[in-house]
Structures are given as structure tokens and as C-alpha cells.
Design a protein around this ligand. Structure first.
Ligand code: NAD
Ligand code: TYD
Length: 335
């Protein structure tokens, strides 16, 4: 069995690949363009693993994608690659449409052509838009994306389902809530706040900080992706979430408390345009159909993540200095 993982040098993808190769020696081919968010150092421990292969390919490049599908003949695709940051999508939406929509179409076409047996489309709960104070997203909730990021993910998610409906490609879609854990790029809320707090810098909270996100540890997300890969029904959508809603401000305060830093570091800054107020996932379908349950204890998992960032300062210092971008050339030359 060969699994082709797109975006495997990013936060969730790298955790996925590391986790998979810890558990089995099935071949994993990572396809990743190594954008600013792709960090091959996260996968450095796999470089001599014969079950692991890395291909630096942009998913918008149809010829390169087709060639890698033909040469590796994957049985399954797990598609994580995306432009993933809402704030960047507000500053420059175009690459979001290119990578998230067109890139996904390129992959779906290649998957059809070589006869991939299963295509897992990693979508997001943000396709549903924002909730009021009560209720939670189910798979039947209407898609009402708010940001260029979430709109591009909704387009990709629907395109993947259309390939199932129209062409019979075996596609399953996951819609997960906000992830946290090791290796997350420090532009996202939790790693950004941890690193700023460690350095005694201000913690920029958008607006009143009373927005709600439904946090899940990346390992629980990835276990759910595997459950969907192995047991999900073709053409179905599975929400993934850990029933762990938190106000942003409470997350920020918890980080400060854990690090023994003062709340005076919090700085309320201008709100994000079009900011979604609340996300909450109803994960009943994946729990009852596929038997998946989150394994991480939310009362300790954020603390563990903070400890990971404290213990791995060299990882994020190299991200911030840009040194991580040299690793590919050192490791793979100009290939
Ligand atoms: P990330 O930004 O950390 O990683 C994205 C990866 O995709 C990087 O390695 C990058 O190099 C690669 N990539 C980007 N453009 C590419 C292109 N054109 N060709 C090839 N590779 C390219 O993202 P993440 O947080 O790990 O998210 C992974 C996936 O999970 C995304 O599809 C995202 O929409 C989805 N998701 C994320 C969250 C979350 O909380 N982070 C929640 C739900 C769903
Ligand atoms: P983020 O990690 O960007 O994820 P998403 O926007 O995809 O949910 O942000 C999580 C929440 O934290 C979101 O409500 C925006 C807020 N936020 C801040 O208040 N300050 C920040 O510096 C960042 C990056 C996010």
C-alpha cells in the first residue's frame, strides 16, 4: 500500500506522516511545494526511512503532479496541502484560489487517471461560517464560508464531492475544527501566543477576544483522518471535533498562567475583518459510524503543547529566522 500525502511538510501533514510511519511501514510519499509553511525539518527523522519519500512539487503543476502519481502509483491520497491562514487570505486571496481550488482539481484529475482507490479531502469546519451563541455544525449545516480562505476550502470540498458524484472517484471529506499541537507554524493563535509570551512580547488579541474556537489536538485529528481513510463511506462528509469550545481570551490567559507571565502582556488589537464569532463541531457521525473518539485530555493537552514549544525553541527559532528554508537544499540539493 502506498499513501500519497500532500502538504506533509506542514503542521498537520507532518504530524500525520510521523504518526503513520511510527505505526506501519506502508510507503508514504509526501508531495509538498515547501511554501513558507512547509518545513522539511519537521520530517528530518524520516530521511533514512525506506518507507518514506519526499517530492517537492507544487500541486498547481498538473504535469508534475501527473508524473508523481504515475511513478508512485498511490493506492490512496490524503490531501492536506493548502494555503491555511485566514489573515493571509485577507491580505492576498489569489494564491488561496490557486492552491486550494485549482490545486485540488489537479490532484483529483490525477487520482482519476491513475485509479486511486480512495481520496481523503481534508476540509475544515470553517466552510460552515459562523455560529451564534448556541448550536453546533453538523454535516448537514449549510456552507456559508466567510473568508477567502474558507471560501476556497468550500470550493475544494465541493469539487471533491462532485468528482465522487460525477466520475465515481472514491472521495471522503473531513471537516475538522481548530488544531493545536507540536510543529504548528507560529502564525496561528496558540503557537504565536506561546512564543510571544516566552519572549515577553505583547499578545495581540483580536477585538474583545470573546470569539470561540472548538480546539482539537492534532493527534486526535489525524487519528480521525485515518479512521476515515480506512472505514469512511465514499461520498460522505465527516465532521471532526473534540467538544472543546474555548474563548480565545481564555486560551491566551491559560498560556500566560502556565508560563508564569503577567496578563498585562495582553494587548487588544483591531479585529480581523469579517471575523467568525464562534465555531462548534457536532462529531456524533464519526463517533457512532467509525468508532473514533478523541484520546487526548483537553485539560492537559494545551499544557503539553506549551511544554513542547519550550523544549523545541530551536525548531521555532529556525522558523522565525528563515533558516528552516535552507534544509531542503542541504538535504536534497537542487533536485
Ligand atoms: P500548514 O499551512 O501548516 O501546511 C500547509 C502545507 O501545504 C505546507 O507544507 C505547504 O508547503 C503546503 N502547500 C501549500 N501550498 C502548496 C502547493 N501549491 N503545492 C504543494 N504544497 C503546498 O497547514 P495545516 O494547518 O497543517 O493544515 C493542513 C490542512 O488541514 C489544510 O488543508 C487546512 O485547510 C486543513 N485544516 C487545518 C486546520 C487547522 O487548525 N490548522 C483545521 C481544519 C482543517
Ligand atoms: P487562527 O489560529 O488564525 O485560526 P482561525 O482563524 O482559522 O480560527 O485564529 C484562532 C482565533 O484566534 C481566531 O478567532 C482569531 C484569533 N487570533 C487572535 O486573536 N490573535 C492572533 O494574533 C491570531 C493569529 C488569531
Amino acid at each position: 500500500m502506498t499513501i500519497l500525502v500532500t502538504g506533509g511538510a506542514g503542521f498537520i501533514g507532518a504530524n500525520y506522516v510521523l504518526r503513520r510511519l511510527e505505526r506501519s511501514q506502508e510507503r508514504v510519499v509526501v508531495v509538498d511545494a515547501l511554501t513558507y509553511a512547509g518545513n522539511l525539518e519537521s520530517l528530518a527523522e524520516l530521511k533514512d526511512n525506506p518507507a518514506f519519500a519526499f517530492e517537492r512539487i507544487d500541486i498547481r503543476d498538473a504535469d508534475a503532479v501527473k508524473a508523481v502519481f504515475e511513478s508512485t502509483k498511490p493506492d490512496a491520497v490524503v490531501h492536506f496541502a493548502a494555503e491555511s491562514h485566514v489573515d493571509r487570505s485577507i491580505l492576498g486571496p489569489r494564491v488561496f484560489t490557486e492552491t486550494n481550488v485549482l490545486g485540488t482539481q489537479v490532484l483529483l484529475d490525477a487520482a482519476r487517471e491513475v485509479g486511486v482507490k480512495r481520496f481523503v479531502m481534508v476540509s475544515t469546519d470553517e466552510v460552515y461560517g459562523s455560529l451564534g451563541p448556541t448550536g453546533a455544525f453538523t454535516e448537514a449545516s449549510p456552507l456559508q464560508p466567510s473568508s477567502p480562505y474558507s471560501a476556497s476550502k468550500a470550493a475544494a470540498d465541493l469539487l471533491a464531492l462532485a468528482y465522487n458524484h460525477t466520475f465515481g472517484l472514491d472521495v471522503v471529506v473531513t471537516r475538522c475544527s481548530n488544531n493545536y499541537g507540536p510543529l504548528q507554524f507560529p502564525e496561528k493563535l496558540i503557537p504565536l501566543m506561546i512564543i510571544n509570551a516566552l519572549e515577553g512580547k505583547k499578545l495581540p488579541v483580536y477585538g474583545d477576544g470573546m470569539q470561540v474556537r472548538d480546539w482539537i489536538h492534532v493527534e486526535d485529528h489525524n487519528a480521525a483522518v485515518d479512521a476515515v481513510l480506512e472505514k469512511g463511506r465514499p461520498g460522505e462528509v465527516y465532521n471532526i471535533g473534540a467538544r472543546n469550545e474555548r474563548y480565545n481570551i481564555d486560551i491566551v490567559k491559560q498560556i500566560l498562567t502556565h508560563l508564569g507571565k503577567p496578563e498585562s502582556l495582553i494587548e487588544h488589537v483591531k479585529d480581523r475583518p469579517g471575523h467568525d464569532r464562534r465555531y462548534a463541531i457536532e462529531p456524533q457521525k464519526i463517533e457512532s459510524e467509525l468508532g473514533w473518539r478523541p484520546a487526548k485530555d483537553p485539560s492537559t493537552a494545551l499544557g503539553e503543547t506549551i511544554e513542547w514549544f519550550m523544549a523545541n525553541a530551536s525548531w521555532w527559532e529556525r522558523v522565525r529566522s528563515g533558516a528552516y528554508r535552507d534544509y531542503y537544499e542541504q538535504q536534497y540539493g537542487n533536485r
